[in-house]
Design a protein around this ligand. Sequence first.
Ligand SMILES: [Zn+2]
Length: 94
Amino acid sequence: MILIRCPYCGELRTEDELTYGGEANIARPAETVSDEAWTDYLFMRTNPKGIHQEQWCCSAGCGQWFKVVRDTVSHRILDVWKFEEVSQAAEEVA
Ligand SMILES: [Zn+2]
């Protein structure tokens, strides 16, 4: 079971109380892009085995979205931070 402490309300939540938002830092392309670029934006993700930056929502609590660095093999949480903050662990992963 994945346990993540929400950086906004401070509550430790189970994955049932959170919403997984997929890979973090996916930049929306400009208004005029090719169909291929738009398809990549919508559907293509890295899906790594190992360290991954993700976004989660505290859906059973404060409703805020936040970012997580998680090992997808062990589910170990390496860092959690607010969208407006910078993570040292995330910079090491990138
Ligand atoms: Zn929260």
